[in-house]
Design a protein around this ligand. Structure first.
Ligand SMILES: [Zn+2]
Ligand SMILES: [Zn+2]
Length: 381
């Protein structure tokens, strides 16, 4: 899957092969091992989702897929995962990848495999852990960005499994798994604390505008609010401790944007949502904004070399946000916007030096070490 290219530095090769200390070349059992874990892991999660739907799946999502189709795909995933694991075990001296793939597919098979029963007795009144949301996201983002980053990489020597990928994947796993909890934490405070500000006449006139106008207003408004929250996270020392987690990424790709401390997510999203709630934009406009912010926030971290010509001065692109992540002196406290660089223009933090890209990323100073749990407690230490 992540075969080192000729440009790989010895350091990069060491980083990707560190998982089990073995080689990563084609025929070494690395690709079959990684794919085997992916297929059998997704298969095992799917079996769990079918068996415990009310605990592990989002009710709103269930209408979008039919059980017979899922069972057919599950069967293919489990058989593929098993065969790939077996291939890796045969080819590879290090057995951990192959064993993990076989263990997952066998565990799924023991639970019933594609024929697993739906446990109709299990009910949950609490927000669930959205295992189905995690899997759909993982499949979607990997299908879009892995080929894109292979074809149009800014840093061609950066492998898929680059330094820090395990930490970032854990963030991705936790944030998608707990999406319902995080959504409640970000939306509820506004709804409880600021319902008294709501003026129904205002809400009606704002909600009656054409949809594209509402979306444009939301983007301008949220980016203005987000700009100042983001700037505060950089300038206020105790807030910086939380935001430093996001900046501790030393390699940039689509997954690096997931590296966010829970306090950072809840404060930023919660405060950004407050004016949207008070002003009363319609749900369709909020949904469209949700899609745009998710796509753009992922895209601007990607390892992609597109510079977008003059458009890069009007919308936030990977080059703009990569500079935000740079540890070079010229880039410190620059480019806070997520959608529209106009706010950085207006408030003096714009930095986009032609077609130049930063040379390095990370934090120049005290920084947290890798690992989800270590980073969770780091701001409090
Ligand atoms: Zn920042
Ligand atoms: Zn970022």
């Amino acid at each position: 899957m992540s075969e080192p290219s000729h440009q790989d530095s010895p350091d990069e090769v060491r980083l990707i092969s560190r998982a089990d200390g073995g080689p990563v070349a084609f025929g070494s059992g690395w690709i079959s091992g990684v794919l085997g874990i992916l297929f059998s892991g997704l298969g095992l999660f799917t079996v769990l989702c079918i068996q415990f739907p009310s605990w592990l799946t989002i009710p709103e999502l269930r209408g979008y897929y039919t059980l017979p189709t899922i069972r057919a795909l599950l069967h293919i995933a489990l058989v593929s995962g098993f065969l790939l694991g077996l291939t890796s075990l045969t080819l590879r001296k290090q057995k951990i990848l192959g064993s993990a793939a076989l263990t997952c597919s066998l565990a799924a098979a023991l639970m019933g495999g594609a024929q697993v029963n739906v446990d109709t007795n299990s009910t949950s009144s609490l927000p669930v852990l959205s295992l189905d949301w995690f899997m759909l996201n993982l499949i979607f983002w990997c299908a879009v960005f892995v080929p894109l980053e292979r074809c149009f990489a800014l840093r061609r020597d950066q492998p898929i499994f680059r330094h820090g990928w395990r930490t970032d994947l854990t963030y991705f796993f936790v944030s998608t798994l707990a999406v319902q909890w995080v959504t409640i934490m970000t939306l509820k405070p506004a709804q409880v604390l600021f319902a008294w500000v709501v003026d129904e006449r205002w809400r009606f006139s704002i909600g009656s505008q054409p949809l594209p106008v509402q979306i444009a207003e939301i983007l301008l408004l949220t980016d203005f609010v987000q700009y100042w929250i983001h700037r505060a996270f950089h300038r206020i020392p105790w807030l910086w401790r939380f935001h430093a987690i996001h900046h501790s990424a030393e390699k940039m790709d689509w997954l690096a944007g997931s590296r966010l401390h829970l306090i950072d997510i809840v404060l930023t999203r919660g405060l950004t949502y407050m004016p949207l709630f008070v002003l009363g934009f319609i749900d369709t406009a909020l949904l469209a904004y949700g899609v745009i912010v998710t796509l753009q926030a992922t895209f601007i971290h990607a390892n992609l070399r597109f510079t977008f010509g003059p458009l890069r001065y009007w919308i936030v692109t990977p080059q703009f946000h990569h500079w935000h992540h740079s540890d070079q002196a010229e880039a410190i406290d620059k480019n806070f916007a997520v959608h529209l660089p106009i706010w950085d223009w207006l408030f003096g933090s714009f930095h986009l030096p032609g077609k130049r890209w930063p040379q390095s990323y990370g934090i120049d100073g005290a920084k947290p070490t890798e690992g989800f749990l270590r980073q969770f407690f780091w701001p409090f230490s």
